[in-house]
Design a protein around this ligand. Sequence first.
Ligand code: PLP
Length: 452
Amino acid sequence: NYTTEQLQRLDAAHHLHPFTHGSALGAKGVRIITEADGVFLRDSQGNEILDGMAGLWCVAIGYGRDELADVAAEQMRQLPYYNTFFQTSHVPAITLATRLAELAPGDLNHVFFSTSGSEANDTNLRLVRHYWAAKGQPEKQTIIARWNGYHGSTVGAASFGGMKGMHEQGGLPIPGIVHINQPDWWSEGGDTSPEEFGLQRARELEEKILELGEDKVAAFIAEPIQGAGGVIIPPDSYWPEINRILKKYDILMIADEVICGFGRTGEWFGFQHYGIEPDIVTIAKALSSGYVPIGGSLVSDEVAAVINDSGEFNHGFTYSAHPVAAAVALENLRILKEEGIVDRVKETTGPYIKEKWEALTDHPLVGEAKIKGLIASIALTPDKSTRAKFAGEEGTVGTLCRDICVANNLVMRAVGDRMIIAPPLVITNDEIDLLMERVWQSLDQTYERIQA
Ligand code: PLP
């Protein structure tokens, strides 16, 4: 029975937050979320907030689904924990792995489980290096990733990531991970057309492979749509060219689907839009709709065969395929499928919001407005004709807009001066109308504030 003020004081005194300037937070006080239902959050002061970010992109089926709570309780009673090391398995692990193999296209028929996207990407790092060594090519160890990509916060995953602020803390990236530029036409495309720019950025991959030597490059990792980098939806020319280059030089493709996976873009996997043929797919977040922590690496028949035939893969987590997490994920996948939620994003809510989202370019602050399914971004600019940046520190206007959104009971995230949304996939058309109303209202208020 603490008051909000007491909770804020205790939080500032004892809780170190991820990706947060702690002492700045102490002065302001945290917002304390107490409950949630559907697409709405409630805080300790009674505000009802439309969650335009599905938590951290994960609450696909919405908040408050009793089925998941019931499955978790049942599994905890029956078998709360057992591991899958040393020739042991259990029913939730087996059924979830089987279901994922059914859902994933092609021959992505095998899963190595973790408890997060970061752990899954660290698994991928070890997996691809072990794969090439086992195939008799121990020199093929370098992994190419992209600037401004995000792949998690563990050492390997943060090295894959192209966030310079993360690299600066802790001496990253680790050796053998290099980065190429991202296909962000709005910020970096200059006078080039988007399609030409997409090709140019894809060809940087080929240049990097030739510079390093094709026999040195193990894999390329990328998100089909960069999420935390600001929802960068690439030009259509980008991915087919990347795919061609990877096949030409026999380099593994790791598609990081932690955000795009399980319906976010209107397909089960984001790579299905773009003709990407991944060998490894990172999954987490919407796999369980965030109700419990679980992640994994889905791998092809070929990768699995090499790993299985090369002795023991010396890697694993106490909670790999945790039975409660696996049971909850399976129930979540059942709901996504049986309630037609992914199809709804593709056929109903996705097209409905697309038209409204793209019309945001009518607002004086909005340059680019891009959307795929239920993942979207706008670029804020003082002059859309020149794609100009605001004077002063980057992100100042974005942060202002984000805070105004929260005051208007909408969670919309700022990445620099881009604003992004990824609401729960169960959002209805009426709720989309409410979301758009709050977006317009918040943009108007941001505009007024920076004019003043
Ligand atoms: N990969 C991508 C694309 C992500 O967006 C994230 C998290 O936001 C991760 C990996 C890391 O996942 P986790 O936070 O579960 O470790």
